[in-house]
Design a binder for this molecule. Structure first.
Ligand code: NAI
Length: 400
């Protein structure tokens, strides 16, 4: 029976999905390390982790029968991906499960900041009554500039437009405009016409300090900045200066150049104590729904690999989508990407008298992955020779 171990309180949706597919699923609430981790890796076919379990090269190499790793989160830097690839183990994650959560937060923060709610809320808690309309605006009719019009940025645009905002976006790639959104030719063109600027770019060398003192100087007086992308994108000291000088009307910042590693570490930022500034601890995508989506999405990717050999969505592996198994048998072969590997495999199959019904090959870096549908299961002797063949990393057989 195929078994999975899910660590770090992964959402119950994953357990349900894997359980329905007939797997025996074991759960642990915390992260594991050292011998305890190696023990569970060695005794299960699949492992599910979140960000706190580190799978180092030695851990991965200590589990020769581990089939796949599921990162039930967005990031995969906690896994030694090169070691996983070299061991023939695809790693899956859920990069887009929390898109909607971020988009909702951003649009609601825009409303809160346009109404100066952070400072009015603080005053009310302090027993002060700040009733008044001055400096408070509706979102309707205002312009939102979306910097990075990808998965999250484009959803922010749809939500903002449904509230009557004008949407302009800036992206380095040509993107399909949703609704009435308009593309701006430059970053400056986008930010200079906006009442609200929201950032949805990845952390790259090019986006590092993309919003610096020079760009902030192009913002409309009183404009609002929202950053729920990555902390490196904004020059935080320049932003603090613009807020202190009241050149900007407010900001909502979810991500910081330096973030505490755990909830027990202190958080310090030059933006603290500034009025009309919402500071949140990198929770843009952190909702129950996102966790549930992540559970379902990663479980589905693991099951797809288990049952069909498909590796679509793997972060470290050649991506192959062979579809459901209709042939009597399917051979999954991972090999070093070198001349002759495919020929060697096909020769061995021919020598065993097995006919090939179909074949899908993909390579990535040093790794080749070939999925071969066969008219019958190869002999045990052939499977053994595949497993010991120089240059072949792994061979797994699916039988209908
Ligand atoms: P995506 O990859 O779908 O979209 C990013 C867009 O930015 C793409 O359209 C890309 O062409 C564009 N882009 C890249 N470099 C650019 C540049 N120099 N100038 C203008 N546009 C540029 O990414 P997605 O999923 O929309 O995520 C956006 C950001 O949100 C990422 O940084 C991600 O890490 C972050 N994020 C934050 C979360 C949170 O909890 N606060 C949760 C999820 C994602």
């Amino acid at each position: 029976m195929t078994t999975a171990i899910l660590l770090e309180n992964i959402h119950a949706s994953a357990t349900a999905r894997l359980g329905e597919a007939g797997l025996k699923v074991e759960r642990r609430s915390g992260a594991l390390a050292g011998d305890e981790l190696r023990q569970v890796l060695a005794s299960h076919d699949l492992v599910g982790i979140r960000s706190a379990t580190h799978l180092r090269g030695d851990d991965i190499r200590s589990a020769p029968d581990l089939l796949s790793i599921g990162c039930f989160c967005i990031g995969t830097s906690q896994v030694d991906l090169d070691a996983a690839t070299a061991a023939g183990i695809p790693v899956f994650n859920a990069p887009f499960s929390n898109t909607r959560s971020v988009a909702e937060l951003v649009v609601s923060e825009a409303v809160m900041l346009l109404r100066k709610i952070p400072e009015k809320n603080a005053l009310a808690h302090a027993g002060k009554w700040a009733k008044g309309a001055s400096g408070a605006f509706e979102a309707r009719g205002k312009t939102i500039a979306i910097v990075g019009y990808g998965n999250i940025g484009s959803q922010v645009g749809v939500l903002a437009e449904s509230m009557g905002m004008r949407v302009v976006y800036y992206d380095v790639l040509a993107r399909l405009s949703l609704g009435s959104a308009r593309a701006a030719g430059t970053l400056e063109e986008a930010v200079s016409q906006a009442d609200v600027v929201t950032l949805h770019v990845p952390a790259t060398a090019r986006t590092r300090n993309m919003i610096d003192a020079h760009v902030l100087a192009q913002f409309k007086p009183g404009a609002i900045l929202i950053n729920a992308s990555r902390g490196t994108v904004v020059d935080i000291d320049a932003l603090a200066a613009a807020l202190r000088d009241k050149r900007l009307g407010g900001a909502a910042i979810d991500v910081f150049p330096e973030e505490p590693k755990t909830n027990n570490d202190p958080f310090v930022s030059p933006l603290q104590q500034l009025p009309n500034v919402l500071l949140t601890p990198h929770i843009g995508g952190s909702t129950e729904e996102a966790q549930e989506n992540i559970g379902t999405e990663v479980a589905a990717k693991l099951l797809n690999f288990l049952n069909t050999g498909g590796t679509i969505g793997a972060v470290n592996f050649p991506e192959v989508d062979p579809g459901p198994l209709h042939a009597p048998a399917r051979l999954l072969n991972i090999h070093s990407n070198a001349p002759g590997a495919l020929a060697a495999l096909n020769t061995l199959l021919a020598q065993d008298g097995v006919n090939i019904n179909g074949q899908h090959l993909q390579t990535r870096g040093h790794t080749g992955y070939v999925v071969t549908d066969l008219d019958r299961a190869p002999s045990d002797a052939l499977m053994e020779s595949l497993r010991t063949h120089a240059g072949f990393v792994r061979s797994r057989l699916l039988v209908r």
